[in-house]
Design a protein around this ligand. Structure first.
Ligand SMILES: [Zn+2]
Ligand SMILES: [Zn+2]
Length: 132
C-alpha cells in the first residue's frame, strides 16, 4: 500500500498530514484545531483544502460520521467510488478494497433509468477483534 502522489498546496499538505497522523477519522473541528498550531487560522481555508483533498481522492469523507480519513488505497483514484467497513463496537473504519465490489458498483444499473455517478457506502458490523 502506498500513498498517491499529487501536487498539493501548502495548506492542503498540512491538512493532509494532520489526517494521516490521526489514528481515527477526524472531524473538521479537530482538524481546525490542530492546523491552527501550524498557522492556518481561517476555517474557510481548511474547508477549501478538505474539499479539494476529497475531490483528489487522497482523503475520503465518512458521511455518517462527518469525518475524514486518508485514503490508503493507491488504486483508488476517485472520490466517487468509496466503500468503508465500520465496526459498531470499536468504531474502527477500514476502506474496503475489493475489485469485485467496485466493478459491480461501477457498472451498477437498475430499472429507474438513473445514471449513477458516485457511491459512498458504509458497511456496519463487528471487526475481527470485536466479534470474539
Ligand atoms: Zn480511497
Ligand atoms: Zn471492532
Amino acid at each position: 500500500m502506498k500513498h498517491k502522489q499529487v501536487n498539493l498546496s501548502k495548506n492542503q499538505q498540512i491538512v493532509l498530514e494532520t489526517i494521516r497522523k490521526a489514528k481515527k477519522p477526524l472531524k473538521a473541528y479537530s482538524i481546525l484545531s490542530s492546523v491552527k498550531k501550524k498557522g492556518i487560522n481561517a476555517p474557510p481555508q481548511v474547508y477549501r483544502a478538505l474539499e479539494k483533498l476529497v475531490e483528489l481522492g487522497v482523503i475520503h469523507k465518512i458521511e455518517s460520521k462527518n469525518a475524514f480519513v486518508d485514503c490508503k488505497n493507491s488504486e483508488c483514484e476517485t472520490s466517487k467510488a468509496t466503500a468503508f467497513s465500520i465496526c459498531k463496537k470499536c468504531q474502527k473504519i477500514t476502506e474496503i478494497m475489493n475489485s469485485k465490489l467496485s466493478t459491480y458498483l461501477t457498472n451498477f444499473q437498475d430499472n429507474t433509468g438513473m445514471k449513477y455517478e458516485k457511491y459512498n457506502l458504509e458497511f456496519y458490523g463487528l471487526c475481527k477483534r470485536c466479534k470474539l
